[in-house]
Design a binder for this molecule. Structure first.
Ligand code: ADP
Ligand code: 5GP
Length: 211
């Protein structure tokens, strides 16, 4: 009774809560896999190669793009980011759902390449003041980097209407609950359950001639 794995794209301006929601979803359902992106940006304190990102040189990144290893790639905040294709295709084929924390450019490319298997979700902050507060509370970036992220956030937000679902991340528990509802329903879509044809044929066969 297997279905193909979903490709679940989470996008938002930096600080709206993508990583928080990704972590919560993985605690809810440990079968979700996270697509670990490759990036040319330097690791932040506490980040590990192969866990948050594959940290690669510009040359190594370009090589991955040239050999067709990337499902999508884009330049974000002056660095390159991309999603390696291999693990995603393997997950899909074995019915495992993959979560992507990527920007609108990546979301658009994956939607074009993979169509029906994609569920895209955009997360909005409740206000710009709260977005800035969250970026500061994360304690990872300098004032300059935070100002840069804030100045780019409206450009990311401008793509909200290209997504299948849009959530305002006010209260984290409510946001998580809505995400769970979306993903539970998406998993049950008729078109994602090719085994249903045979199943219904079986029901007919079982009761055939008795009515
Ligand atoms: P992103 O991955 O989108 O850049 P994060 O998940 O790192 O954002 O969230 C940024 C900061 O805001 C973190 O410190 C996180 O704990 C906090 N945060 C996330 N969601 C909420 C929320 N609903 N209410 C308050 N703080 C939140
Ligand atoms: P950060 O450097 O803060 O981890 O990420 C910066 C931005 O890059 C975030 O908006 C994140 O969603 C996006 N991003 C991370 N990985 C990828 C990727 O593989 N592809 C694309 N297109 N964007 C990514």
């Amino acid at each position: 009774m297997q279905r193909r794995g979903l490709l679940i794209i989470l996008s938002s301006p930096s600080g709206a809560g993508k990583s928080t929601m990704t972590k919560r979803l993985r605690l809810w359902d440990p079968t979700f896999r996270f697509s670990v992106s490759a990036t040319t940006r330097a690791p932040r304190p506490g980040e590990e190669d192969g866990r948050e990102y594959y940290f690669r040189s510009r040359e190594a990144f370009e090589q991955m793009v040239a050999t067709g290893e990337m499902l999508e790639h884009a330049e974000v905040f002056g660095n390159f980011y991309g999603s390696p294709k291999g693990p995603v295709v393997a997950n899909m084929e074995s019915g495992v759902d993959t979560l992507f924390d990527i920007d609108w450019q990546g979301g658009q490319q994956i939607k074009q390449a993979m169509g029906e298997d994609v569920v895209s979700i955009f997360i909005l902050p409740p206000s710009m003041a709260e977005l800035e507060r969250r970026l500061r509370s994360r304690g990872q970036d300098s004032d300059e980097v935070i100002a840069g992220r804030m100045s780019k956030s409206l450009a990311e937000i401008s793509h909200w209407a290209e997504y299948d679902y849009v959530l305002v991340n006010d209260d984290p528990d409510t946001c998580e609950e809505k995400l769970r509802a979306i993903l539970s329903a998406e998993r049950q879509r008729r078109t994602r359950q090719p085994w249903l044809n045979d199943f219904v044929r079986g029901l007919n066969k079982e009761y055939g001639g008795k009515s």
